[in-house]
Structure formats: C-alpha cells, structure tokens
Design a protein around this ligand. Structure first.
Ligand code: ADP
Ligand code: MG
Length: 392
C-alpha cells in the first residue's frame, strides 16, 4: 500500500512529507521509501502559528481560518508527492500541534492536544482516504498522546545485538530506547521506552531569530554557537526545571520550552552579559545536557549506540556537546542505518496511518501511559459524487 506520511513538528518550520510503500501486518512490516519533500510554511502563516503556540488568544473564526490554511498546506505537500511519485492509497497527516497539555493529577483530568489541518479537508481535496488526529484516542485512554513514534522506531531501527536510543531533535526532543531486537520482540508488548526529553531546537531557534533581528531562523550547522562558550552556571540552573524531575511517561511542547521560557531566560542571559554566540552555546549545552540527564535518570542503562534524527541532527555544535557528555557511545544519524533522518518522523506517521487502516493499535501504553492499546487516528473518506447516491 502506498502511504503518504505528513508532519509539521514543534519547530513550525514546515511540512515534511514522504511516500512509502508499506507491506505486512502489525509490527512485521517491509517499507520502501519512494521519496520525500519539505515544504516550508508561508512566512505569515508560520508567524500566526507561532503566536497561537505562544498562547496568544485567538477567536474561533480565526481558528477556523487557521485550520483551513494549514489543511491546504498539508494537502499541497501531499499533492507534490503524488505529482512526483504517483497516486497514493492513503494519506496519514499528523497536522500542526498548536496546543499540548498532558494529563493532570495522574490522569484525573485527561490531557488535551490540538492538531490543526483537518483530515476531512485533505481527503476531499486529494480524493484520498486521510487519517489525522492521531493523539486523541490515546489521550482519551488516559495517555499523554505522545510520543507516538517509538513503536515505529522499534520496527525500523532495532538492532540485533546493540541497544539503541533513537533521539529526535525537532523543536522538542524525544527518545525511543530500543533493547536489542531479540529481547524486544521476545516480549509482548515490546519492551520499548520513550518520552519527550525536553527542548531541542525550539529555544535555539527563538534565540537565533532574536539575535539576528529576524534575518535567520536557525543556526545553520551550529556554527554561531560554536564560536561561543557555554555558561555552566546558567545551564545548571535550567537543568533544575521540574519537567526533568518527572519520571516518564511524560510529554511536553512549546508550552514549557517555547516563548515563555525564552522570555524568562532572556533577562538572565543579559544580566550575565553573554554575547549572542555565548548565549547560543549555553542553550545548545543546555539541550545536550538535558538529554544526557534524562538518559541517566530514566533509562535502565545507557545505550550501546545513539541514532539522531530531525533537523537538529544537522547542528554540529549540538552533536559535539552530546558526544562530549556521552563518551564512548557512538553517535550516528538514522541515515547510517538506511532511514533518512529528515524524513523519519513523516515515515513514522505513514506507518501509524497504515496501522490505523489495519485496525492495529498504534500506541504503546508503557510509553504514553494510556490504560489501553488503541488504534490511533480518525479516518476521513474522499467524497462520493452527489450523482452516485449510496445504495440504502
Ligand atoms: N542545517 C541545520 N543546522 C542546524 N539546525 C538545523 C539545520 N536544519 C534544520 N535545523 C533545525 O531543525 C529544525 C527543524 O527540525 P524538524 O525535524 O523539522 O523539527 P520539527 O519536527 O519540530 O518540525 C529547525 O527549526 C532548525 O532549528
Ligand atoms: Mg519540521
């Protein structure tokens, strides 16, 4: 089955899309990546999404318009893939998260996670069945609704011999810990761990936009940060954020590590007279050390290998700091084992959509904290022409 996977993550940089040929059943899958695309958001739309993510009030009418505009961007990305690689049987669209709140008080109040870019509009425009709203069913079952990618990482990236961490560096960082494949598959459900580790690019991007007066949106290759020196005291203070004390299951978003956090630390950076390069180095060091601290706190042991993916895997400064704090552990990208690092999240949603199509549960309760296994996503079907009314 040819499945298009689409996602825009917490970086709000644009839509990553992929077309994948998927065969098999459940966790026993064969995948062939036919091709991928990245379509940046129009600048105005990106700006509006970031404002909403930062908590700016929005009217329901404006929300409707935003939902529509995002749906069209996602449909455009899928259309570009279809133009290049041929028709698809299924579209799986994560949409754009604009709000994510984990469950409160151990699940007494359910979480809430809002993704815009409604599937029905995409299905209608593309005339292709579309799965969207992947997080709602897990959340209704008491889960975080995130992260959803670890079981797919288990299928795609578990090694026969070595334990691996697959570390995504999007706006937010998330990890999947994969024991060696034998141990992983010997158990039902598979013994995979996963959670959001904290910030990855979200704070770095905000700082770069600030220091470049909006001329740059990210620190290409981490070159700017590499010219600075991290401020160890600030990093140590930020590492005391209560999110890091919380054991998994846990998930986070720009609500904790976005605009509000950036506003709060700007004063601290200025007070210590850090140059822009020093500030970026400090944020990079914070990101790297938060990931390492999360591994040390919550993994049974450090992994044999780490596979990076997401845009932050192209930030050499971030990679150097991770390597520095994890001596002796090979740090690769998923490309090294045949999975394109910039498309991995989109591939994961293609697989989650495929599982939904099969009625197979896509969540891992041990990872999300849900009470149950549930198929993830709402299915929207393409329109039937009004002239061909369905048989009663
Ligand atoms: N060449 C690069 N050098 C450094 N950082 C990069 C590079 N390319 C992308 N990034 C970072 O990756 C982010 C996008 O990563 P992505 O995986 O798309 O995240 P998300 O899933 O949150 O959208 C950008 O906002 C930027 O911070
Ligand atoms: Mg992105």
């Amino acid at each position: 089955m040819r499945v298009i996977g689409l996602i825009s993550g917490t970086s709000v940089d644009g839509i990553d899309g992929v077309m994948v040929d998927i065969r098999g059943q459940g966790y026993d899958l064969t995948l062939t990546v036919m091709g991928g695309t990245t379509q940046p958001y129009p600048v105005d739309l990106q700006h509006t999404i970031c404002q909403v993510c930062a908590g700016q009030p929005i009217s329901l009418a404006a929300l409707a318009a935003l939902d529509e505009a995002i749906a069209h961007c996602f449909a455009d990305a899928a259309q570009a893939l279809m133009d290049q690689y041929g028709p698809a049987d299924l579209v799986a669209s994560h949409g754009q998260t604009v709000f994510h709140r984990p469950p409160i008080a151990g699940g007494q109040t359910l979480g809430y996670s809002l993704q815009l870019g409604r599937g029905a509009a995409i299905a209608t425009r593309l005339q292709c069945p579309t799965i969207s709203n992947f997080r709602a069913a897990d959340i209704a079952a008491g889960g975080e609704g995130a992260p959803l990618v670890p079981p797919v990482d288990g299928v795609l990236l578990a090694d026969p011999v070595h334990s691996r961490c697959v570390q995504n560096l999007g706006g937010i960082g998330n990890v999947a810990y994969l024991p060696p494949r034998d141990k992983l598959l010997a158990q039902t459900p598979p013994v995979i761990l996963g959670w959001d580790t904290g910030p990855a690019n979200s704070l770095l991007d905000l700082a770069v936009q600030h220091f470049s007066n909006g001329e740059q949106t990210f620190d290409a290759g981490g070159q700017w940060a590499a010219q600075g020196q991290p401020d160890g005291d600030l990093v140590a203070t930020w590492l005391q954020h209560p999110y890091f004390d919380q054991p998994p299951p846990k998930s986070t978003g720009r609500e904790l590590f976005g605009w509000a956090f950036w506003q709060q630390i700007q004063g601290e950076l200025a007070q210590r007279h850090l140059s822009p390069a020093d500030a970026l180095a400090t944020l990079g060091e914070f990101t790297a050390r938060s990931i390492v601290q999360e591994y040390q706190r919550w993994l049974p042991q450090l992994p044999d290998q780490i596979l990076l993916c997401g845009g932050g895997s192209r930030n050499q400064y971030l990679r150097d700091r991770l390597a520095h704090h994890l001596p002796g552990i090979p740090l690769l990208t998923t490309d090294a084992v045949g999975v394109p690092s910039d498309l991995k999240e989109a591939i994961a949603f293609a697989v989650l959509g495929f599982w939904r199509h099969q009625g197979f549960p896509g969540n891992l309760p041990a990872v999300t904290g849900a009470q149950a296994w549930v198929p993830l996503g709402d299915i929207a079907h393409p329109l039937m022409p009004a002239t061909a009314a369905p048989e009663p």
